[in-house]
Design a protein around this ligand. Structure first.
Ligand SMILES: [Zn+2]
Length: 201
């Protein structure tokens, strides 16, 4: 019997129950049709377990956001200032919070989406500043097999269909340069730029 399976089972068990803490590393782009972005990951940022755009989760549809691993109950924080437009439970993706960030400098409406939350701490209509807690990390919804945050950036020029974009394009420090939120820093509100949706240690 392959002894490694015990470790695999233990790791999966821990991930399913409590979440796993790994820092400073990330999933490589593997199934992207567009050019992969070079990633610079801060050593204190929780692990990105899955990038945007590759097949994943329970089917072969492209992954519409990034997944981040941390401990169950870790704060999930707004990636940019905005207003909560929805806070709800949905069977597939569990507890979900959506934050609207207004129109970007190119005229597009921008929103960020936070899924599989254990708890939602922001309610519809609430204004949030960058870094403000919107929920806690969990594994709610049938599509969450492990404790993680599924985080999306979506934009729409008109109407209500918001196209998913690679979050890696929008970091405060530039494309691919994952940017931790720092409470004592001042950030420009526009153009739309994000900080990490989970606190760095
Ligand atoms: Zn995901």
């Amino acid at each position: 019997m392959f002894k490694g399976w015990r470790i695999v089972a233990l790791v999966l068990g821990l991930a399913a129950c409590d979440g796993i803490e790994i820092y400073g590393t990330y999933d490589q782009y593997t199934h992207l049709t567009t050019d992969p972005i070079e990633i610079v990951m801060p050593p204190n940022a929780p692990y990105i377990s899955e990038q945007f755009g590759r097949a994943g989760e329970l089917n072969d549809t492209p992954h519409e956001g990034i997944d981040i691993w941390a401990k169950l109950g870790t704060p999930v924080i707004a990636a940019a200032p905005g207003r909560v437009s929805a806070s709800f439970y949905e069977p597939g993706h569990g507890n979900t919070v959506i934050v609207e960030h207004g129109r970007d400098t190119n005229g597009q409406k921008v929103r960020t989406v936070y899924k599989h939350l254990k708890t939602r701490t922001a309610s519809k209509g609430e204004t949030v500043v960058r870094g403000e807690q919107v929920g806690t990390m969990g594994a709610t919804g049938a599509l969450a097999m492990l404790v993680h945050l599924h985080f999306e950036v979506r934009r729409a020029r008109t109407g209500n269909y918001y196209t998913p974009y690679d979050p890696m394009l929008f970091w405060v420090q530039g494309p691919g340069r994952v940017t931790c939120f720092e409470a004592d820093k001042t950030y420009a509100d526009m153009p739309f730029q994000i900080t990490y949706p989970v606190p760095c240690r």
